[in-house]
Design a protein around this ligand. Structure first.
Ligand SMILES: C[S@@+](CC[C@H](N)C(=O)[O-])C[C@H]1O[C@@H](n2cnc3c(N)ncnc32)[C@H](O)[C@@H]1O
Length: 269
C-alpha cells in the first residue's frame, strides 16, 4: 500500500471511534513494505480492536492469501479491568465491512488470557497488542505474541511509554528481560515494535534509510535518533520541542520537502 493510499484509508476512518493516528498507520505501512521486500509471509492478529479503526488498516495490508484474526471482550466490559477502550462487536463488524473487502477470519470474543496458541496458530507476520493495559494483561499478551509470530514477524505494542498506562511499560520491560531473544527496535507515534533479535537488522536497515522514512512521510517534521533501551539500540521517532507540527509554517515546509520538485532539486545538488 503506497503512502497516498494509506493516508486516504486512514482519513476515511476518521469517523470510527478509536486510537490509530495517521503517523502510526504510516509507520505500520512502512514496516509492511519492509516485510513485502523481504518476502515475509503470514497473517495478522490483533488483541483489542474497540470499533475496528486499527483493524481496517491491517485488513488493507493483506494480500489475497493472508488473513486477519482478532480478539476483544466486546460486550463483556465488566472484564475490562484496566478500562482501556470499550469494544462493540456489531459496530466493529459494520466498520470493517464498510472499509475493507476482507472478512475477518476468526473473531475471538473473549479475554485475551483465554486465547491458546494451539487455537490461534503461529503464522502471524504482525501481531498488534492493544487490549488490557495492566501488566497482568499485557505481559501474557506479549508472551502469546512471541509464540505466535513467524521468525521474521513483528509485535506492535500500543501505549508503550505513557504515564496513563504504566502497566504496559512494566509488561514490556518484564517481557524483554525474560526473553533476551527479542529486541525492541523502534518506538514512535505511540507504538513500540518488537522482533526477534536475530532479524532486527532487517527492520533497522529499512528504517535507518532516510529515503524510506521520507517516502512514508516519517521524516520532517519528525526527528529520528537511537538510544540504548534494555538490550538494544532503540530507534526513536520524536518531535523537537520547538517544532509545532500543526503550524502552517511546518505544514508548508513538510509539503515542500516531500514534493517531487524538492527531491529532484536535492538529487541535482
Ligand atoms: C484501546 S482499545 C483498542 C483500540 C483499537 N486498537 C484502535 O486502534 O482503535 C482496547 C480494546 O481492548 C479490549 N480489551 C480490554 N481488555 C481486554 C482483555 N483483557 N482481553 C481482550 N480484550 C480486551 C476493550 O474492549 C477495547 O475494545
Amino acid at each position: 500500500m503506497k503512502t497516498k493510499e494509506v493516508k486516504k484509508k486512514i482519513r476515511s476512518t476518521r469517523k470510527i471511534d478509536g486510537w490509530l493516528s495517521l503517523e502510526a498507520g504510516l509507520l505500520i505501512a512502512a514496516l509492511n513494505e519492509c516485510q513485502n521486500n523481504n518476502k515475509i509471509d503470514g497473517d495478522i492478529f490483533e488483541i483489542g480492536v474497540h470499533h475496528g479503526k486499527s483493524t481496517v488498516l491491517f485488513a488493507n495490508l493483506l494480500t489475497p492469501s493472508q488473513s486477519i484474526s482478532v480478539c476483544d471482550i466486546f460486550d463483556s466490559q465488566t472484564n475490562n479491568i484496566s478500562q482501556s477502550g470499550s469494544g462493540n462487536k456489531v459496530t466493529f463488524e459494520r466498520n470493517v465491512k464498510s472499509h475493507s473487502n476482507i472478512k475477518v477470519k476468526n473473531i475471538y470474543s473473549c479475554l485475551s488470557s483465554e486465547l491458546d496458541i494451539k487455537d490461534i496458530g503461529n503464522n502471524f507476520r504482525m501481531f498488534h497488542i492493544d487490549g488490557g493495559h495492566n501488566n497482568s494483561e499485557a505481559l501474557p499478551d506479549l508472551i502469546l505474541a512471541s509464540q505466535a509470530i513467524v521468525d521474521q514477524g513483528i509485535i506492535i505494542v500500543d501505549d508503550p511509554f505513557r504515564s496513563e498506562w504504566p502497566g504496559v511499560t512494566e509488561a514490556i520491560i518484564n517481557f524483554l528481560n525474560d526473553h533476551q531473544e527479542f529486541t525492541a527496535v523502534v518506538v514512535g507515534f505511540n507504538k513500540l515494535i518488537i522482533c526477534k533479535t536475530e532479524v532486527s537488522d532487517l527492520y533497522l536497515d529499512f528504517l535507518d534509510e532516510l529515503e524510506n522514512r521520507s517516502r512514508y512521510e516519517l521524516a520532517y517534521p519528525f526527528s529520528y535518533k537511537k538510544l540504548p533501551f534494555l538490550n538494544s539500540d532503540l530507534r526513536i521517532f520524536y518531535t523537537l520541542s520547538f517544532v509545532n507540527t500543526n503550524a502552517i509554517k511546518t505544514k508548508l515546509k513538510k509539503k515542500l520537502i516531500h514534493s517531487n520538485f524538492y527531491k529532484w532539486y536535492k538529487k541535482r545538488q
